[in-house]
Design a protein around this ligand. Structure first.
Ligand SMILES: Nc1nc2c(ncn2[C@@H]2O[C@H](COP(=O)(O)OP(=O)(O)OP(=O)(O)O)[C@@H](O)[C@H]2O)c(=O)[nH]1
Length: 785
């Protein structure tokens, strides 16, 4: 039934706003601006979240309250709300009994964290028989607010339709579906129904009115068709009831005002025992999720589905937690990005672990702060998702940092080794230990620092990899150092054997090889001792030592062979043989040079010296000591890494092959023969010596010519010129070449002359038979033909 409110009441303090000019959305600015959250087309506004933010309530968490009003049209609901909460809802112009509030409006209470909903009145003349909206708006108000103010005139009490009891019954029924289970399992879901009895004259005491209303409500409750598992539930299990009465606004205006103020304190004064916003009524929706939550509820109310508030809350939680998580993640990603490039570039970022921990904690704290108010299960699940995403972003940084640390520690290790292995007096084992400890310590510290709390990451595996590489590098180092040492020892060995080998090979005595091998063995022994002393500090294994010593022996032997080969190269060995021969052929037993005379036995001396010299060829051809104990036993072939020669060690004692020996013998024979010829020639030369008196004859006979030259200026000038030229030639050392040239020219002239003469004298003798012989016959044959 329509409201029986007085028609001629005057609103004293609220401006008239014609219904046609009603704003359809947020119409004011400031902290008490109102917004139409559901318009008369039953559409939910998309601007509520923004408006809540404008009201400054977005970050209020749970520190806010929602209150809604329910009651017949034009029963002074907006007036009451404006008075109680300082809101700015439109109030009806009392001259025209017409609906003012259309749809549902919301406004923030002045100086209080309360969102107040003004709901379109029931029994609206404008909607006629269409009760759909009032049912929906009542459900919506009940589901979203903590306190539902039921506004009714005093005279409506006891009436069924007038007091909206029919509507309340429907609402209770649906409410049982909504909150029945929640109340059963003890979770929040209670709502306070605050009955405000308007225009209370005082004739009927409030207590009586309260009893009537309570009885009516209980009766309605009893008549509800409840689900079987909830059939024993009482109204008080779900609702708290509160009653208050307000005097007539016009007739007892002052009283009205003072009592409204009194009622207001019950909404404001948290300390008061009458405080109405009890925590039990709170829907536990964080303020930043209210808009989304309400929209969801309205959608469900609209589609006429059974309202499933827990699902709504979960949906809200999912939506909001995702949003909050995305915000936290965006900031986190920005932070993580800053270090991505350096880490990927191979740099060890100082304090990366602290940074990563910080970003992660910041993101989680931010998420926890905003999202922990939502549905616990959803919050927990989304948090786990967020943690997984955070960790998957940090993990490459962590692994990259470990890789970079690994690399830098390896570089440090190599550098330490290089610095430590400087000079001669280092202890390899100590250098290695120091370098290894330093790089492992650096890695462990860096690895620990890079760890992110709350993850099961570990750096120990990477440390193991580093250790393996350090070991490999150290082994290589030791090998290099050992090779270096062996090279050094080899160089010294070469130096030491060089002179004795030259000396003994030069002497060519039968025990020449014994002497050489003795020196070689002594030098090699010393070298081996040097190696072993040094190898101790290298911590070399027994196998490594054996390999190194084998290598040393082989290389020593190769060095000895190289020296012997150098000393037995063709020109040198021929020189040696020649010297040996000369010593025996050109010098006598006392070492005095021989001057051969015609009656000397050159032949037998030559044969003896030659045979003695040729005996040396087999001696030189093979390293064969008389003392067999000196024979050098080459180490068996082993796969050591120190030898890089391709020398055939098995044939190494042989210096000249048989062919080579033959070749040398022949070459030497030719040399020796030349000596023999020379010796013979020298005896002939001594026979053809010019007698001394010939020089006296020459002086006597040439006296006149000499005087002529001396006293003739022209001849004398020629003589002087010839002497000066000779002097210059002698000074320039050109005498030899000049003689050579002269001799060549002379011999050429002689050759040419001999040839001409031979040609000249032989021609007449050979010409005759030719002329008379076959050619003539040929001519004759031609003529006959
Ligand atoms: N008698 C009486 N009249 C009142 C009281 N409060 C407000 N009015 C008047 O009742 C008329 C309607 O007031 P509103 O506050 O607009 O009522 P409403 O319930 O919000 O109206 P709708 O929004 O259209 O449902 C106005 O003219 C007010 O001046 C009251 O306590 N007693």
């Amino acid at each position: 039934m329509a409201s029986a409110a007085p028609i001629n009441l005057r609103a004293q303090d609220t401006p008239y706003v014609p219904p046609t000019s009603l704003p359809t959305s947020s119409s004011q600015t400031g902290s008490t601006a109102r917004i139409q959250i559901i318009d008369d087309e039953k559409k939910f506004t998309p601007d509520l979240a923004t408006q809540i933010e404008r009201w400054g309530l977005r970050d209020a968490g749970f520190s806010y309250n929602i209150v809604a009003v329910f009651g017949s049209q034009s029963t002074g609901k907006s007036t009451l709300l404006n008075r109680l909460f300082g809101t700015t809802f439109d109030v009806m112009d009392e001259t025209r009994r017409q609906q003012t509030t259309k749809g549902i409006w919301m406004c923030r209470g002045k100086d209080m964290g309360v969102m107040v909903m003004d709901v379109e009145g029931t029994d609206g003349r404008e909607r006629g028989e269409d009760q759909d909206f009032e049912r929906k708006s009542a459900l919506f108000s009940l589901a979203s607010s903590e306190i539902l103010i039921v506004n009714l005139w005093e005279h409506q009490v006891g009436l069924y339709q007038g007091a909206n009891m029919g509507l309340l019954k429907t609402v209770f029924e649906v409410n049982l579906g909504l909150f029945g289970k929640k109340a059963q399992d003890g979770s929040n879901g209670r709502t306070l129904l605050l009955f405000v009895i308007r225009d209370h004259i005082g004739q009927t005491p409030l207590a009586n009115l309260q009893a009537t209303l309570t009885a009516d409500l209980n009766r309605i409750w009893e008549s509800l068709s409840k689900p079987t598992d909830l059939k024993d539930r009482l109204l008080s299990d779900y609702f708290d009831l509160a009653f208050t009465a307000l005097p007539h606004k016009i007739l007892s205006a002052d009283k009205f005002e003072s009592e409204v103020q009194e009622l207001r304190t019950r909404f404001v004064d948290k300390e008061s025992s009458d405080y109405l916003f009890k925590p039990a009524y709170h829907k536990r929706i964080p303020a930043d999720g209210v808009a989304f939550y309400m929209e969801g509820i309205w959608e469900q109310v609209q589609t006429n589905k059974d309202l499933d508030l827990p699902t709504q809350q979960e949906l809200l939680a999912q939506f909001r937690c995702d949003e909050i998580s995305a915000v936290a993640l965006a900031e986190f990603n920005e932070q993580a990005k800053s270090q991505k490039r350096p880490v990927e570039g191979g740099r060890v970022v100082e304090g990366l672990g602290a940074m990563m921990n910080n970003w992660r904690t910041q993101a989680l704290t931010r998420y926890d702060r905003d999202a922990s108010r939502y549905h616990k299960g959803v919050y927990g699940r989304k948090r786990a998702d967020l943690v997984a995403v955070l960790d998957s972003t940090l993990s490459p940084l962590f692994l990259g940092q470990l890789k970079n640390l690994h690399k830098s520690c390896l570089v440090t290790f190599k550098k330490e080794m290089l610095d430590g292995l400087h000079g001669e007096d280092y202890d390899f084992a100590n250098v290695f230990k120091r370098a290894r400890e330093k790089s492992e310590r650096t890695f462990s510290e860096g690895g620990k620092e890079a760890l992110v709390e709350g993850t099961d990451w570990s750096w120990e595996e990477e440390l193991e990899l580093l250790r393996d590489e350090i070991r490999a590098v150290a082994d290589q180092c030791r090998k290099d150092e050992t090779t270096k040492m062996i090279n050094l020892i080899e160089r010294n060995l070469k130096k030491h054997i060089s002179e004795p080998v030259e000396l003994h090979l030069g002497k060519a005595s039968p025990d020449m090889w014994d002497e050489i091998l003795r020196v070689f063995r002594d030098t090699l022994d010393k070298a081996e001792k040097t190696y072993l002393t040094k190898a101790k500090s290298f911590n070399c294994t027994e196998e490594e030592n054996t390999a190194a010593l084998d290598a040393l022996r082989k290389r020593g032997w190769v060095a000895l062979r190289a020296k012997i080969d150098e000393q037995t190269a063709d020109p040198i060995i021929l020189g040696k043989l020649r010297n040996h021969f000369e010593e025996r052929f050109r010098y006598d037993e006392q070492g005095v040079p021989r001057v051969w005379k015609p009656d000397d036995d050159i032949d037998s001396a030559f044969m003896k010296a030659k045979d003695q010299t040729l005996d040396l060829v087999p001696l030189y051809s093979k390293i064969s000591p008389k003392d067999t104990s000196l024979e050098f036993n080459l180490p068996s072939e082993s796969n050591d890494s120190f030898s890089n020669d391709d020398f055939d060690l098995s044939t190494s004692p042989v210096i000249f092959t048989e062919t080579k020996c033959l070749d040398l013998t022949n070459k030497f024979r030719r040399d020796a023969d030349a000596y023999y010829v020379e010796a013979k020639r020298s005896t002939v030369a001594s026979i053809a010596q010019i007698p001394y008196w010939i020089y006296g004859v020459l002086v006597v006979l040439g006296w006149n010519e000499a005087m002529l030259v001396l006293f003739n200026p022209l001849y004398f000038a020629f003589l002087l010129l010839a002497m000066a030229t000779s002097y210059i030639i002698a000074q320039l050392g050109l005498v030899g070449p000049l003689f050579q040239v002269t001799r060549t020219v002379g011999s050429e002239i002689q050759r040419q002359a001999t040839a001409r003469l031979r040609e000249h004298f032989s021609q007449p003798v050979l010409a005759e038979p030719v002329q008379v012989g076959p050619s003539r016959d040929r001519e004759e044959v031609g003529q006959i033909q």
